[in-house]
Design a protein around this ligand. Structure first.
Ligand code: TYD
Length: 195
């Protein structure tokens, strides 16, 4: 994978559905005066990926390719130009989501990693760790997105896979207990980021 050759800082917030990645990543971007972005992105490919994961028309492999294509375009169009100008970029989900969700759906993990090997390695990644039951409860309260991943037994696997990812990946990646109140989770994120 590509590593850093830019003056900015690239931070990723990850976690199972309902873990609070959007709330926390937006708050972090505000705090750091950073550019906030997300995946699947708001560009053309990302919007198509949103439709791919709303039903069962596409195979796990096609979905993995969609996310990987979206990611490369997102990096080239939105993330890298800002990092090159010295900005901090905070991204709500990134390749860690692909490494976790796509193999659970049925895609080969090694192949998914291969597809993402040209994606920039983030400077820091925080994974919001929460019990799947609690995450799904939060999803029910805020309203379902209607994607194929919003299922308790799927999310139970997601939570375990994120915990294992922290051990597997040789990059700056850490777990934060996301079952705490929003402010306490945020304080933990700031502590990790500033380390
Ligand atoms: P998103 O709309 O961000 O959902 P949420 O608001 O719950 O974070 O992401 C849509 C779903 O896509 C989410 O369940 C995670 C999944 N996903 C993948 O399966 N692979 C990926 O590479 C990414 C970025 C997301």
């Amino acid at each position: 994978m590509r590593t850093r050759d830019y003056p900015g800082r690239f931070i990723v917030i990850e976690g199972a559905d309902g873990a609070g990645t959007t709330t926390q990543s937006k708050q972090l971007a505000d705090e750091l005066d950073a550019h906030w972005t997300y995946e699947p992105s708001g560009n053309k490919i990302g919007k198509f990926v949103d439709t791919m994961i709303s039903g069962d028309d596409f195979s796990p492999e096609a979905i993995a390719l969609g996310f990987a294509a979206d990611r490369m375009a997102h990096l080239e169009e939105e993330i890298l130009p800002r990092l090159e100008k010295g900005r901090t970029v905070v991204c709500d989900r990134y390749y860690h989501s692909s490494f976790v969700y796509q193999p659970i759906l049925g895609a080969d993990r090694t192949w998914v990693e291969e597809l993402n090997k040209h994606a920039l390695v983030p400077d820091q990644t925080v994974i919001l760790d929460i019990a799947a039951e609690e995450g799904m409860e939060r999803v029910s309260e805020r309203g379902h997105d209607g994607n194929i991943f919003e299922d308790l037994s799927f999310q139970q696997k997601v939570v375990i896979q994120y915990q294992e990812l922290v051990e597997d990946l040789e990059e700056d990646i850490t777990l934060v207990d996301a079952s705490q109140p929003i402010d306490a989770v945020f304080a933990d994120i700031i502590e990790r980021i500033e380390k």
